[in-house]
Design a protein around this ligand. Structure first.
Ligand code: UDP
Ligand code: MG
Length: 165
């Protein structure tokens, strides 16, 4: 089954200069990158992204973590596309807890648990098709993705936007 999945290299991954390593590992999947950008994550975006965890005791630290308060204020956001994309990337990433993740997985190799209990696991990747759709639509506009993966509609833009001077 052809799928798409959101992949984030989290602020710890960027701070530790792991981008190249992680992209190389991801290229083993032979999936296509159909969108990519560097994002400074706002609190609003972070809260929406992690809305399913809002009642967890670690939520506030998780928001600070993804916003880059502990590392660099940026993440690399990408969409990977291809046969079984979700499972393939998820398997390479490894389990959520970096100490339980296989040592050869991305999280097992590069993640850590902070003294505050947050899993700094260097990469985010969607769990299933529903989550992938919600997350991709949250992080990307249709025009930022080079494939037609979800239905779109055309609206007349009334809002101000920045253009090159
Ligand atoms: N997380 C954490 N402690 C936990 C569970 C999750 O710090 O006990 C963090 C971790 O960075 C994880 C993120 O919250 O990647 C999102 O959690 P989720 O359960 O969605 O795991 P994932 O889908 O990222 O494997
Ligand atoms: Mg998740």
């Amino acid at each position: 089954m052809i799928q798409q999945t959101l992949v984030l290299i989290k602020p710890d991954g960027l701070k530790k200069s792991l981008t190249g390593n992680i992209l190389t590992r991801l290229s083993e999947t032979r999936l296509d990158i159909i969108a990519a950008k560097i994002v400074t994550v706002s609190r609003k975006l972070a809260e929406k992204h992690y809305c399913h965890l809002k009642d967890k005791p670690f939520f506030e630290d998780l928001i600070k973590y993804i916003c880059g308060e502990f590392h660099k204020k940026k993440v690399l956001a990408m969409v990977y596309y291809g046969e079984q994309a979700i499972g393939k990337v998820r398997e390479l990433a490894g389990l959520t807890n970096p100490e339980e993740a296989e040592s050869v997985s991305i999280r097992g190799a590069y993640g850590r648990i902070t003294t505050g209990g947050v899993y700094e696991n260097v990469i985010h990747t969607s769990t299933d098709e529903k989550e992938a759709e919600r997350e991709i639509k949250l992080w990307f506009e249709p025009d930022e993705i080079i494939a037609d993966i979800y239905p779109t509609k055309v609206v007349k833009e009334e809002t101000k936007k920045k253009i090159w001077a």
